[in-house]
Design a protein around this ligand. Structure first.
Ligand SMILES: NC(=O)c1ccc[n+]([C@@H]2O[C@H](COP(=O)([O-])OP(=O)(O)OC[C@H]3O[C@@H](n4cnc5c(N)ncnc54)[C@H](OP(=O)(O)O)[C@@H]3O)[C@@H](O)[C@H]2O)c1
Length: 270
């Protein structure tokens, strides 16, 4: 399928590892030049080098913390200048789950506010800085990586900031559709990234079983975390969805939440 992405230019926030890196890789395979953004320079440079070697596309490492308006504005200006314009923004720059995961009586206000500052305000700062460049192209894509805990009661900051990103997505879609810009939100479920082997190994040693058994158990259909496909979703599978949403073929899809969790749970959303 021709996706119309050849020669487009993207900023991928959180592109140094995890879901952001997987999206960056798939975009580059479709012919997109990249600015990869995160805080740790060493990891960014390693990933940029790896993606350049693998895909032959440009991959520029740009260090920025999304909690700083100044750093975000500078990063977006540098990305647009060095890549020669911007078409796509992917917001995947945040720690999964957040820090303020405990019950309400033990919530530390600073941790709660920091969770929102990174994931929600971070996405807002990056979109605000990127949108003028997308308007200039008369074509743009913004993809916000949220998460299915938006739909599961329990994690007060992790869930709420994910819901907030869905609202943000719809609002921007409404405001910028006339400029050829679509804005969508992906809800990944639990997704395999570089940190997954460590997490599975820790649970395995706790339970006295192998990591493979932990995974089989967790994703069985009748388990509380189980899903229809009976296995963990890989970051590359989130990336394939992101690439479609970034493509010309998704031009009528905007303001939407698209879930990629292997069909977890039994709730029916209509
Ligand atoms: N993995 C999952 O199972 C899962 C499930 C549902 C939703 N999600 C969501 O998907 C997103 C990405 O998760 P992931 O699993 O890919 O996480 P990850 O592997 O920890 O990667 C996070 C990326 O964001 C960057 N980052 C973190 N804080 C940042 C900041 N303040 N400024 C700039 N960059 C920052 C990190 O680099 P530095 O640390 O160097 O800055 C890294 O590149 C998160 O929003 C997460 O909630 C993940």
């Amino acid at each position: 399928m021709e996706l119309g992405l050849q020669g487009k230019r993207a900023i991928v926030i959180g592109g140094s590892r995890g879901i952001g890196k997987a999206i960056a890789r798939e975009l580059a395979r479709e012919g997109v030049d990249l600015a990869l953004v995160a805080r740790s320079r060493e990891q960014l440079e390693m990933t940029a080098q790896e993606l350049r070697a693998e895909t032959g596309r440009r991959a520029i490492p740009l260090v920025a913390d999304v909690t700083s308006k100044e750093q975000v504005d500078r990063m977006a200006a540098q990305a647009a200048e060095q890549l020669g314009g911007l078409h796509i923004l992917v917001n995947s720059g945040s720690m999964p789950g957040g820090k303020a995961t405990r019950p309400i009586d033990t919530i530390v206000d600073e941790e709660f506010l920091d969770d929102f500052n990174v994931k929600y305000m971070g996405a807002l700062r990056c979109a605000r800085a990127a949108i003028p460049h997308l308007i200039k192209q008369g074509w743009g894509r913004i993809i916000n990586i949220s998460g299915t805990n938006a739909r599961v009661a329990g994690n007060l900051s992790g869930g709420a900031r994910n819901v907030a990103l869905a609202h943000f997505t719809r609002t921007l879609a409404t405001q910028f559709g006339r400029h050829g810009i679509t804005v969508n939100c992906i809800y990944p479920g639990s997704t395999r990234t570089e940190r997954t082997p460590r997490l599975l190994a820790a649970r395995a040693s706790e339970l006295g079983i192998t990591p493979e058994e932990v995974e089989r158990r967790d994703y069985a259909l009748d388990s509380p975390r189980g899903n229809a496909i009976g296995r963990m979703v890989d970051a590359a599978e989130i990336a394939h969805l992101a690439v479609f949403l970034a493509s010309d073929n998704a031009s009528a899809v905007t303001g939407q939440v698209v879930v990629a969790d292997g069909g977890a749970g039994k709730a029916v959303y209509y």
